[in-house]
Design a protein. Structure first.
Length: 347
């Protein structure tokens, strides 16, 4: 039982189950799923669809954090990706043409990949601290997106592009399939090959891994490339959902949600050990929490405080030292006070 409770996924899953239980008690229709025209609808389906962009960004963030890094530029990369895709589609005489949409998506994801290459170059080659290197693109990226869209919110009318975020396949949202494919690909590469072990080795001690023959520079560079690419795909899903490229709002604060999801999943910010499954649970926890805040009618100005409090509780429950403190305090309170045989009573 003790070994079960110390597993890294126990408390994240417990937090997710608790949130689902709270939602179900407060609104019994939370778990209900309806079928219309062969498509599934309901609160749970909305969570699956809306969590897709965050899932992609969090997967990339997991790899970066595993190498002792951080990527604050993922929101800006999302904005650039969406701006590139919608600008290409808008300039085409046939915005609904599938070929044009595919070219736009490839160009957008390719741009995001190049931005990931840039971040990786600054961190792994030039040795700049990750938080500073990615902060540069975080600040400049939205400016680049504004330059691409010429300072306006670009809107389009394209059914193939809209299908990316709003379409359904076999009854489920297409965006959900995109996130699942990303989870499978990253999981296979990191857990079924030596890449995961090398990533953890670099995160635990970069210098020791380099002396052991591990190409730590390439591992770190690859993590930032993957993070940028996944953020680019997330930008496609986000812009497809609103059918517009908003450089100021696209991916705003998503880097913070991604870091929270990774930490809630049990991955340490100190690098080394990481959990893809934990990140998936963390993403669903964050998205369910947002759904709960919306349902409870919490004002937008107060919702960050509400979310921070909920996350703090979950993080404290995950802390072994916090749980050990309460176990020790409980045993001390339950232990009866006894007087030593040799103690003298003062009269």
């Amino acid at each position: 039982m003790k070994k079960f409770l110390t597993h890294r996924l126990v408390w994240p899953i417990a937090a997710l189950v608790a949130l689902i239980a709270v939602n179900t008690i407060s609104r019994p229709s939370f778990l209900s799923i309806t079928v219309q025209n062969g498509q599934l609808y309901g609160s749970l389906i909305d969570i699956l669809r809306n969590s897709a962009p965050l899932m992609l960004v969090a997967l990339g963030m997991t790899l970066v954090i595993a190498t002792r890094g951080i990527d604050l530029s993922v929101g800006a990369i999302m904005a650039v990706s969406g701006a590139v895709a919608l600008t290409i589609i808008e300039a085409s005489p046939e915005p609904g043409n599938l070929g044009v949409v595919m070219i736009a998506i490839v160009a957008a994801v390719g741009t995001a990949l190049l931005l990931g290459v840039w971040n990786g170059f600054l961190v792994s080659v030039l040795g700049i601290q990750p938080i500073i290197a990615t902060l540069v693109l975080m600040l400049a990226g939205r400016g680049v997106a504004l330059l691409i869209t010429k300072g306006f919110i670009t809107t389009i009318n394209s059914d193939p592009y809209q299908f990316m975020a709003q379409g359904y396949v076999l009854g489920l949202p297409f965006a959900f399939y995109v996130s699942i494919v990303a989870v499978i690909v990253v999981g296979v590469l990191e857990r079924r090959t030596a890449l995961g072990m090398l990533t953890e080795a670099v995160g635990i001690n970069p210098e020791a891994s380099r002396l052991a023959g591990v190409r730590s520079r390439g591992i770190i560079w690859g993590a930032y490339i993957a993070s940028g690419t996944l953020a680019g795909i997330a930008g496609i899903l986000y812009s497809s959902n609103i059918m517009a490229a908003d450089a100021n709002a696209a991916g705003l604060y998503i880097e913070l949600d991604a870091i929270l999801a990774v930490v809630l999943g049990g991955t340490s910010l100190a690098g080394g050990k990481f959990s893809i499954a934990g990140t998936v649970v963390g993403v669903f926890t964050i998205q369910t929490l947002k759904s709960t805040i919306t349902f409870l009618g919490v004002p937008p100005a107060v919702s960050p405080v509400f979310m921070a409090a909920a996350v703090l509780i979950v993080v404290l429950l995950q802390s072994p030292r916090f749980r050990s403190f309460f176990r020790t305090a409980g045993r001390s309170a339950a232990r009866p006070l006894t007087r030593r045989p040799d103690a003298k009573v003062l009269s």
